[in-house]
Design a protein around this ligand. Structure first.
Ligand code: F0G
Length: 463
């Protein structure tokens, strides 16, 4: 067995796969797999400061990358085999305006801006790792189902490296314009399925198996290895002090799974003693994880979450013909593929799950935008969730909270323009049917005649 390999997440199963296997399914029980390391045969760092020395050598692309400068914590590929396009140059920003909105004390709320990645979302952190693995495995084509960001990231990596052909599956009408534009412009083969993300996710797995195409959805454990580095950068931004809370939107539950794994490994390596708590925020219109975790009390249960509970819940959705439905299209997902891994992360980090309405999401998004760099609706669920948890008293006002902003503002111009629009018809068309009633923090465009005096008057009145 190599020092890095793939291992079933269920500790009592014992199934494993060689490093270059691309099925990503436990051969014994059919469950999810992790990338596992035999640390005794590797050279993990014993201090965080080891990573800082790499800042001085940014001419080396592996040190420039915000993912690969932490290579020793995801050591599944030799340095000369790594593929990077300069991902992970993101920032942790103290956001006092947003803190005050969420009911937190000044200096206690931070935003981790993953929208600054090359394709505009956190997915590039995972894609560089999956791409590296795909090349190790000799893949020529890569596929994903997507609500838009995974597909944009895959398309960018394929076009920037020229190494693979991107094939993307999207639900028709389910992807925002910014993301669709990326897939098309970067030359991905775009397959629009008459269905939603959950349908596309099922199909892409069947197709990938049948045609031997490399799958880059977050069921692929190498994706999650790359996404661990978001947490390393958060720690770096806080001078290696763990925050009290990480708040993250939940869709397919890849991020929360990756964050949990990052913290479990840091604890195992003796680099971190106190772990942050994790809060996952679902949109109320796509709240499977919230329902299962908070209401049905589904738990990790040492690798054996109650299958009857899960099956019963999904059968209920089926019977009610209930489909995911939220303005936060990135997390419009009812069947999260990483559910068991997310349960493990919450167990290890003392997690909670909450749901927020589209109204709360859009108001929080406007506050984020007004306070600095902006985000897409799904990302703002994290801020709306932090506000809720603060109101419930779960988060204290002086705790340190990091909200992950997963995608850039420009990803979904339709939702943003509709929120700020003076045109009631546009507002109703895009937002009204989702239960959004007001644009509390709208910044409305001022209509003026084409007349110099009138223009000057308007500016004097409004500024
Ligand atoms: N935020 C954004 C902007 C996303 O694009 C996604 C997922 C999430 C949050 C949820 O993250 O799946 O790790 O819980 N987007 C996927 C996609 C599903 O296809 O682009 P998760």
């Amino acid at each position: 067995m190599d020092a890095a390999y793939q291992r079933c997440i269920n500790p009592s199963c014992g199934g494993n796969l060689p490093l270059d296997d691309t099925t990503f399914v436990c051969p014994k029980c059919g469950g999810l797999v992790d990338v596992a390391y035999d640390w005794s045969r590797l050279t993990p760092p014993n201090t965080f400061a080891a990573f800082e020395s790499k800042w001085a050598d940014r001419a080396n692309p592996l040190n420039f990358s915000g993912v690969w400068r932490f290579h020793e914590l995801l050591p599944f590929a030799e340095p000369d085999k790594i593929l990077t396009i300069g991902e992970g140059q993101t920032i942790l920003q103290r956001a006092d305006g947003v803190a005050s909105y969420a009911g937190m004390k000044s200096g206690c709320l931070f935003l981790q801006y993953e929208g600054l990645n090359p394709s505009g979302s956190f997915k590039d952190n995972g894609m560089t790792a999956a791409f590296t693995h795909a090349r190790l495995a000799g893949a020529k084509r890569a596929a994903c189902a997507s609500t838009g960001n995974t597909s944009a990231s895959l398309a960018v990596f394929c076009s920037a490296t020229g190494l693979m052909r991107a094939i993307i599956f999207i639900g028709s009408g389910k992807i925002s314009y910014g993301k669709l534009a990326q897939a098309l412009d970067h030359g991905a083969l775009t397959v629009q399925i008459a269905g939603d993300f959950d349908d596309a996710m099922q199909r892409v797995q069947q197709v990938a198996r049948r045609l031997g195409i490399y799958l880059v959805n977050s069921i692929n454990p190498f994706r999650l290895e790359g996404q661990k580095t978001i947490m390393y950068r958060v720690l770096e931004g806080l001078r290696w002090q763990a925050p009290d809370w990480i708040v993250v939107p939940g869709g397919n539950l890849g991020n929360v799974s990756a964050f949990g794994k990052a913290f479990m490994e840091l604890a195992e390596l003796g680099l971190l003693t106190r772990l942050p708590r994790l809060a996952v925020i679902n949109a109320a219109g796509a709240n499977t994880f919230y329902q299962l975790y908070e209401h049905k009390k589904l738990r990790w249960n040492q690798g054996n979450p109650d299958p009857k509970l899960i099956k019963g819940y999904y059968e209920g959705l089926e019977r009610a013909k209930s489909k995911a439905n939220t303005i936060a299209s990135a997390i419009e997902i009812n069947h999260p593929v990483n559910l068991p891994k997310a349960l493990r992360a919450l167990e290890r980090c003392g997690g909670v799950v909450r749901e927020v309405t589209d109204q709360e999401i859009l108001d929080a998004k406007a506050k984020v935008g007004a306070g600095g760099l902006g985000c897409e609706p799904a990302s703002a669920a994290s801020v709306a969730g932090a506000k809720r948890l603060r109101k419930e008293g779960v988060i204290a006002p002086d705790e340190r909270v990091v909200c992950i902003l997963t995608g850039h503002l420009l990803k979904d111009p339709t939702a943003t323009v509709a929120y700020h629009s003076t045109d009631q018809k546009i507002f109703d068309e895009v937002l009204g049917h989702r239960g959004v009633r007001r644009a509390t923090f709208a910044n409305r465009a001022v209509q003026v005649p084409n007349d110099l005096d009138e223009i000057i008057k308007a500016i004097e009145v409004y500024s």
